[in-house]
Design a protein around this ligand. Structure first.
Ligand SMILES: Cc1cc2nc3c(=O)[nH]c(=O)nc-3n(C[C@H](O)[C@H](O)[C@H](O)COP(=O)(O)OP(=O)(O)OC[C@H]3O[C@@H](n4cnc5c(N)ncnc54)[C@H](O)[C@@H]3O)c2cc1C
Length: 557
């Protein structure tokens, strides 16, 4: 298989080499790089902005692992399977929960400082869907920042890891056998590696994070534009479960026109006893689920949305006034500061909250070694779909997934290297040139894509709402094609490449969500309100057609 489509871009003007090139510098990418190095391979990490600019550093609540007394991987597995609503790959979940506790201990050995009790035990909190306290946290509610700090320090300390910041990866390069052989990228900077270039490598690992930026309101940072999923589709890889986007129930509501990254109010706030109430102070989650406010996220997001619709309200409230100032300051300093920065004091007032796009449960399909359907191309972290999340991610399983599967990818690469199965590759230049160039939409398309997606393919979906999104997205694609045909294409640059990636991923997401005629996990269809195991207890696999359109096929049962 070779790359069938590529982003419109100038030909590479420079070349670099590595044994393994890792795209992205969150928990997944940096853990792969550190472990690949231990196996004696030269790693290069290429990242779009600064090293710490992905979702990882924003993670608040923590990392889930059966570390507490009385807790077991089996109980963690049970909770994960329930949240995944019938679509988890049980073996992948078993891998996650059994290898998770030691992976967290190794993260601690790398330098991450978790919160501990006076006796030295790691403090554990609860989050939605977990029947036990099993979420380890750092800096109160700054877990991701601490993990990122520790991993960034470790990679900076390792002279065998080359780091390229401000480098947007465009497309995969393959050899004559269709094996990954490197990638093209655009480096924003000055010097020998400026502009579009190529990195040649024996294997490529995608760790590009999520795609929250396809929606108007999201907890994800600006870099989360689904680039890895779009690249994988253009490279001929299979992508799955795209329709399962988790909307976080409690995102600080900043007004009806707020766009881009919005501050999160972590589930751990509910874990410590904050209540969800409507404008009349009624706790509407009580009686809806045995765990009330700590029900799985999809249930809480749906209940909030339903209540907002019933009452014609733009948001609900999260009431943690009973914590008192001292607990807010010590346990949730980041959230307290971000609420106060927006004029809300959670010590004295309930916090206005509404759901926003938060996590992509689907992504580039991998096996339990992180291998995608393209030989030599691996995917790890939020960009990947290992099967652990099914139709809905259990809270705080994603940092853990990034760690565990990164270690597995590095182990697989090390094993293949030892076995002589990871030779240097020669890029098939003719194949790269033959790939069809994807026309670029103008940079303003980003906001239009986000509006179309939030309006028609958000928390609540129906055939009619998604037809509206699909038509708008198709129009944007048509306009880009006709501008290219008229030789008036948008300039190839970061904003237009990102817009092209967002457009492809949004189109693929809507195609899958339109096809799945049922309600399951975080996919909520108003017109098909029931879960339909007879037809839909299976995955939708998305690939690109020869003309570059995403098509989703139900997996054989
Ligand atoms: C506000 C918030 C709170 C969260 N809280 C938790 C929590 O408490 N517990 C939990 O388990 N999970 C949580 N999550 C989810 C979790 O943080 C992410 O799923 C996880 O950090 C993803 O890690 P990653 O390494 O896959 O990607 P990221 O950390 O997002 O890193 C992706 C990297 O890829 C780079 N990149 C992207 N595209 C390109 C490109 N084209 N070229 C080059 N580089 C590229 C980015 O710049 C970035 O460095 C939270 C997420 C958010 C947004």
């Amino acid at each position: 298989m070779s790359v069938t489509h590529r982003l419109t871009a100038p030909a590479p003007g420079w070349t670099a080499t590595a044994d393994v090139v890792v795209v992205g510098s969150g928990v997944a990418g940096l853990t792969v790089a550190l472990n690949v190095r231990k196996a004696g391979l030269r790693a290069m990490v290429v990242t779009k902005a600064m090293l710490d600019e992905g979702s990882t550093r924003w993670a608040q609540g923590g990392i889930a692992a059966a570390l507490g007394e009385g807790d077991t991987p089996e109980q963690h597995l049970d909770d994960t399977l329930v949240a995944g609503a019938g679509l988890c790959d049980e073996e992948a979940v078993r891998t996650l929960v059994t290898e998770g506790p030691d992976a967290v201990r190794r993260l601690i050995a790398t330098g991450a400082l978790f919160d501990r009790a006076e006796d030295g035990e790691i403090l554990l909190t609860r989050e939605g869907g977990h029947h036990r306290r099993r979420i380890a946290h750092a800096g109160g509610d700054a877990t991701g920042a601490e993990i990122s700090r520790a991993l960034v320090a470790a990679v900076r300390d390792d002279p065998g890891i080359e780091l390229i910041e401000h480098a947007l990866v465009l497309d995969l390069l393959t050899d004559a056998e269709g094996h990954a052989a490197g990638l093209t990228l655009h480096v924003m900077g000055e010097g020998q590696r400026d502009g579009v270039g190529a990195v040649r490598a024996r294997a490529v690992v995608l760790a590009t994070g999520g795609m929250g930026q396809v929606f108007s309101a999201t907890t994800n940072p600006a870099v989360s534009t689904g680039d890895g999923v779009a690249l994988a589709l253009r490279a001929g890889a299979a992508v799955t479960d795209l329709e399962f986007v988790q909307f976080h129930p409690t995102v600080l509501w900043l007004g009806p026109d707020a766009e881009g990254q919005q501050p999160l109010v972590s589930e751990a706030v509910r874990g410590e006893g904050a209540h969800l109430v409507d404008a009349d102070g009624v706790r509407f989650m009580v009686g809806q689920h045995e765990l009330a406010e700590l029900a799985p996220r999809d249930i809480v997001a749906k209940a909030i949305t339903r209540r907002m619709q019933e009452q014609g309200a733009e948001h609900m409230f999260l009431d943690g006034r009973h914590f008192g100032a001292e607990m807010w300051e010590h346990r949730f300093p980041t959230i307290l500061a971000s609420c106060r920065a927006h004029g809300i004091d959670p010590v004295t007032a309930p916090i206005p909250v509404a759901p926003a796009a938060h996590y992509a449960s689907g992504g580039v399909r991998t096996d339990r070694l992180g291998r995608t359907s393209v030989p030599g191309l691996y995917a790890c972290g939020e960009v990947a779909c290992t099967g652990v999340h099914g139709a809905n991610r259990l809270a705080s399983n994603s940092l853990l997934e990034g760690l565990v599967f990164a270690e597995r990818i590095a182990a697989d690469l090390a094993e293949r290297h030892r076995a002589g199965e990871l030779p240097e590759r020669t890029v098939d230049v003719a194949a790269a040139r033959a790939a069809r160039p994807v026309p670029l939409p103008p940079s303003e398309a980003r906001a239009e894509i986000q509006r179309l997606m939030s309006r028609g393919a958000g928390v609540l979906r129906s055939a009619a709402s998604m037809a509206g999104s699909a038509a708008g997205l198709a129009l944007l694609a048509e306009q880009a094609h006709s501008h290219m045909a008229e030789e008036k294409p948008a300039d190839p640059r970061v904003e237009t490449w990102e817009a092209a990636n967002l457009l492809l991923v949004a189109t693929a997401l809507v195609a899958a969500a339109g096809q799945r005629e049922e309600t399951r996990g975080c996919h909520w269809r108003e017109d098909f309100p029931e879960r339909d195991d007879a037809h839909w207890r299976r995955h939708l696999i998305t690939t690109l057609t020869a003309s570059g359109d995403p098509v989703s096929t139900p997996e054989e049962q």
